[in-house]
Design a binder for this molecule. Sequence first.
Ligand SMILES: Cc1cc2nc3c(=O)[nH]c(=O)nc-3n(C[C@H](O)[C@H](O)[C@H](O)COP(=O)(O)O)c2cc1C
Length: 185
Amino acid sequence: MKDKTVVLGVTGSIAAYKAADLCSKLVQQSVSVRVVMTDSASKLVTPATFLAISRNPVITTLWELPEWQPKHIALSDEADLLLIAPCTANFIGKLASGIADDALSTLAVSYSGPTIIAPAMNPKMWSHPAVKRNVETLLGQGVILVGPDRGRVACGEDGTGRMADVQDIIETCRKTLGQSPATQK
Ligand SMILES: Cc1cc2nc3c(=O)[nH]c(=O)nc-3n(C[C@H](O)[C@H](O)[C@H](O)COP(=O)(O)O)c2cc1C
């Protein structure tokens, strides 16, 4: 994965704190990590955490335009992989519908390379028919799913909804980048 550029999308799940560890482990493997956070994610973990760990600016809004080229478009061109971890039920729905109403969803819609999502949510949310349908849509679009795992979720319930282990997510990134034509870059 050395010298690859991974856009790490962080959405508003309580598992967002685990994305800091994921970011750190990717950086340790010489991956260039560019973090894009939703508003909800920024309420759970501060962008400064990801700035410090990734050593790159963190994008939290579409509307900071210091340069002529919007950052989300520049990043969608640079990325070898879009990894959304954790990925909320809401964001799964947005991805499945092509909604582009914030920096991360707009980047996702302007990006055509490999995409991995690591859903994290309450088990009742994960088993909701609308979420299941949206996940099927994403799988049909070629999006790669890692997890969610079974176990105890933050609200204390047992069931399927925990974000996959960081190591499993990294392994999925390694495999995906190994197969991707982007490795020829
Ligand atoms: C403390 C807290 C924890 C949350 N955890 C989750 C979660 O694990 N998964 C999820 O899908 N939504 C979770 N939510 C709800 C989302 O934050 C909410 O649906 C939000 O609109 C998601 O926005 P985003 O997808 O743009 O990040 C949580 C909300 C709060 C207040």
